[in-house]
Design a protein around this ligand. Sequence first.
Ligand SMILES: [Zn+2]
Length: 334
Amino acid sequence: MDQKFIVGVDIGGTRIRVAISTIDLKEENIVIKTISTPKESKFSISSAVCRLIFELLNENQVTKEQILGIGIATAGPLDIKTGEIFNNANLGFREIPLKKPIQEKFPSIPLDFVNDCNGAVLGVHYFEADDDEKDNLVYITVSTGIGGGAIVNGHLLYGKDGNAAEIGHGLVEPKSVLQCNCGAYGCWEVYSSGTGVLKRTLEAIDEGNLDADILMKLVENNTSKITAKEVFQASRNGDRLSETIVNQCIFYMKVGIGLVNNFYDCSSIYFGGAMMNDKDIILPPLIEQFEKNSIIFTINRPPRLKVTQFGDEIGLRGALVLAKYKLEKNSIVS
Ligand SMILES: [Zn+2]
């Protein structure tokens, strides 16, 4: 019974996922538990994380002493040194301490933190990137917002606090009157995130200039039923207004990808997040643009564009990889 294990934790606005695995990260050895994110107090998240880890240990007959390291990927912004979240908008509190309360329950186990998208790029790196992609790799989540993580020259880019590659708040329309959740105007996620697509759709319906009959029929004339998913479905069915919004989303995806490639000169970009449920609509025009005429959007050689095969589990997998790479003193996370 001297087998060793690692723990991965992924903290998001909707769900917390915790996994225990042997350090070889073989598929059959990864066990996962998921709960809804509790938001009652500043310590609800750390308490829930500890409870889930103890449950996994008990259910798999693993002792605390067999755990070599814990990797935690979380929605941010996050200070990876103090293990505290700050300025957060969707976890119930702006400041949330994680490291101190979790370390109290696991005093002698190394605890490492990473911003969620920076964690996800580690997951892609270990679980699915080709060898010629690994050293210069970007992950982009397109979901409620847009976030990113970048490995450049074989090193994960952390930044001073651990929040590098906040690409969703890159300015793509400087004269925009459309305000982002962050407070700025004209951020990329204002146009291409799920929230952005929904807001733009509701505005266009209010303006009344475009035919939205197919979309309105789909939601039984109830605009509160509209999400980005319905907009993409209506666009598929030929709805004029939805097609316009989807095209706008795709255009700004091109702008955003161009900026990312100019900044990081990446071999590949892997996409994840709920918007990739409609990858059949989003991805082909992006691939065509960057294969045939990339210079309009990026001066650098264009990257390959792919979608992660692990869906919304990629962040959790990245947290496990963080724990593994830290233990192995892998220079990617140094
Ligand atoms: Zn913003």
